[in-house]
Design a protein. Structure first.
Length: 229
């Protein structure tokens, strides 16, 4: 897959100067009780390694450090501005920060991470081929038995300023991102089928009202695992 496709080039340009750190989402109970539930009140993560895909300015990485004594928590993001911020802001923190090319995780090692999370990120990619390739790459960098916990948008959206994409659409010609051309999941079986085909196991979903999001009525939280060897 070519990272110089029209959608990824547009996305890189739009995010080049960075994003908000979305601190308001720390008030979302579902964030703590569903998305991060596996590491909440669990000492089994001490000394292990985690990753946030779409890390923004580091909010999720900081939150994960507050829940366990990780050996390292890394972040990847398509925004040069966000990664520049994280490298300066978290110099004393045990984290590696990577500018993502928008289509894969080629800079990360195979079988590296015990836990991977992603929130307010994959929903902003209305190109099915790219999203599926990223899911394949996330499985690649996970250790056997590792957990992947992520969030996307669910259900029909109001026809306002957004141009919603269906799950299997490939809208390379999208002219904006970050709620401009979001993807919607109308049937959780679509994403479950993809995850199963890619190789994930023990897949569960939880559909909840969205949080601080007037574009989508519901969010879907998805948890899955990489098979043990």
């Amino acid at each position: 897959m070519d990272c110089n496709n029209s959608y990824t080039e547009m996305q890189k340009h739009q995010y080049r100067n960075g994003t908000s750190n979305h601190q308001e989402h720390n008030s979302n109970n579902d964030y703590w009780n569903i998305l991060l539930n596996d590491i909440k009140n669990n000492d089994g993560w001490d000394g292990k390694v985690a990753l946030d895909f779409g890390c923004g300015k580091g909010r999720n990485v900081t939150n994960m450090f507050s829940l366990a004594e990780w050996s390292r928590v890394d972040g990847v993001d398509i925004s040069d501005g966000n990664i520049e911020y994280c490298n300066k802001e978290y110099k004393e923190q045990s984290s590696d920060w990577h500018v993502n090319n928008g289509i894969d995780l080629r800079d990360l090692n195979k079988d590296e991470y015990d836990f991977v999370m992603s929130t307010i990120t994959l929903q902003h990619i209305p190109v099915y081929d790219i999203r599926k390739n990223i899911l394949k790459e996330i499985l690649r960098v996970m250790k056997p038995g590792a957990i992947f916990s992520f969030q996307m948008t669910y259900g029909p959206v109001p026809q306002a300023r957004m141009n919603p994409a269906s799950y299997h659409d490939n809208i390379y010609e999208a002219t904006s991102t970050n709620s401009g051309w979001d993807v919607r999941i109308n049937d959780e079986n679509d994403v479950v089928a993809d995850l199963s085909q890619i190789g994930f196991v023990n897949i569960t979903t939880d559909i909840k009202p969205s949080f601080s999001d007037n574009q989508h009525p519901k969010w879907i939280y998805i948890r899955c695992e990489k098979p043990t060897k």
